[in-house]
Design a protein around this ligand. Structure first.
Ligand SMILES: [Zn+2]
Ligand SMILES: [Zn+2]
Ligand SMILES: [Zn+2]
Length: 249
């Protein structure tokens, strides 16, 4: 069963789904922004100031320019149990952004959604996550994103009744609320959905189970009651997904 193809939850067989069209999170200063699939810091660029000043000609724009970002994420969420899957779209190749596989030992052989074998690895797109060092393998064919953790902080408690959907392992950690870290050590919950206006634009949070054997992460959205069009969320009840655009569909 597949959330996207059959629109049935593989965990609880629920048929009511929430589709979050564009995932957003917090920037380092707390403002809400789109989550990119992959990003790269811009490199310092030499500036030609003539021969007399050539030694001072390197101008470091790191930090003053936003990073290069490609792609967006959307999610499908089971309204009953919260099980969530992430999909990337708009993942066009950019020579400045590295999508190469950097963790070959963790890479699945094929996409868990479509069976395709053309996977890339998306990194560094988010601000810091204090509880887990994570990244996603992304299928270039269908956009399905499989999240993996390299490391979970030791204070994260074990997950009761855990069973890994990848390796079958029974040893897991449960991050009750996945947070992002901004500047000045402030932490925000990664929201399930956001709206453009209002004092509290972010709604909901994510619980993540992490397999201690293979690192596979399973996402569950929490506090999703009442999410609707205001938050860019479409409720699907045995219906069909909104038009699927993008090159990887
Ligand atoms: Zn479910
Ligand atoms: Zn796929
Ligand atoms: Zn596992």
């Amino acid at each position: 069963m597949s959330l996207r193809r059959q629109q049935v939850c593989p965990k609880c067989s629920g048929g009511k789904l929430l589709h979050v069209g564009t995932m957003r999170g917090h920037s380092e200063n707390g403002t809400i922004r789109e989550l990119a699939v992959a990003s790269a810091r811009r490199k310092p660029r030499p500036i030609d100031r003539g021969p007399m000043l050539s030694r001072q000609g390197m101008f470091d724009i790191d930090g003053s320019m936003p990073p290069v970002e490609i792609g967006q994420f959307e999610t499908l969420i089971c309204a009953a149990c919260g099980y969530a899957e992430w999909f990337a779209r708009g993942l066009k190749d950019d020579p400045r952004v590295n999508l190469a596989i950097r963790d070959p030992k963790l890479k699945p052989e094929r996409c868990g959604e479509c069976g395709g074998t053309d996977l890339c690895q998306a990194h560094d797109a988010f601000v810091d996550w204090p509880t887990v060092d994570a990244f996603a393998f992304v299928c270039r064919l269908c956009g399905f994103a499989e999240w993996h953790a390299r490391r979970v902080q030791p204070w994260v408690p074990p997950a009761d009744g855990f069973r890994c959907g990848g390796c079958g392992g029974r040893d897991g950690s449960r991050i009750d609320t996945l947070t992002q870290r901004g500047s000045a050590k402030i932490e925000w919950a990664l929201p399930v959905a956001t709206r453009a206006f209002g004092p509290q634009p972010g709604a909901g949070h994510f619980t993540c189970d992490v397999c201690r054997s293979c690192g596979l992460m399973t996402w569950y959205a929490r506090e999703t009651e009442g999410l609707g069009r205001d938050h860019g969320v479409t409720v699907l009840e045995g219906g069909v997904l909104p038009s699927q655009d993008g090159p990887y569909r």
